[in-house]
Design a protein around this ligand. Sequence first.
Ligand SMILES: [Zn+2]
Length: 265
Amino acid sequence: MRPSDLGCLVWLVCFALRAGFAQSVTKATHTFFLGEEKVWVDIYERAGADITLLNLHDNENTAVEAALAFIEKHGGRLIELRHGRGREIVVRLDGIMHRFDPNRMFSDVGLRASLEYFHNNTDEVFAIAAAFRDTIADLLGAKNGMVIIAVHNNTPYKMTINDFRPGEWYGEDTREVSINPQRDPDNFFVVTQDDLFAALSLSGHNVALRAQNPPDRGMLIDYCERLGVLYVTVEAEHGKLVEQEEMLETLWKILREQGKMITDD
Ligand SMILES: [Zn+2]
């Protein structure tokens, strides 16, 4: 199945999030079908920072608020996946729901493994999920020189910076980890570049540096790395809006100090 067969309905809505902008934020909604299941992809944009923020997990809404506040202030683009099913995406066939994690779909190996994890690995489900993945990849348009920030939220102590230490869950995915015991371990960055790791660590944040050859889990971070994208994960506990906004601001400041951003604001 080709992405164009999924059926795409685009609504363009133009609105100002706050009065007084030189240019308002625009919002476009794309509708896709995964079998009988609908998934909406909202794309918010405002001129300014040449940066794309991405929210893959629908139940992580503090991250969306923080990302919107960021583009309100600096410009940029936010892509948000919406479907009301929680964290995973659903392919629905004859009323039966087949789940996969959208942050495992960015390689065939990872997508198969995620479908397997949820006991849904049939060729038909895989084909629909892979076509959806290709559509999202087209919308994202990841390429060399782009800056992509994935925004996530987590439940207290379910996934923390401590899971990136050697021998822990993400230990073999990680080259180096910097933990500030004064910080909430739920709030952390994952980066792929040494100098960004060093600067975020010096700023007192929790940060993990991705391994150069991590296991193929189909994660967005590795897909972006293969394409030469500057990629960062900004992960904060659900509801910690002020903290996540501060993390995005710190990242923004460092990206500019390191000359990684070209911006006209
Ligand atoms: Zn997430």
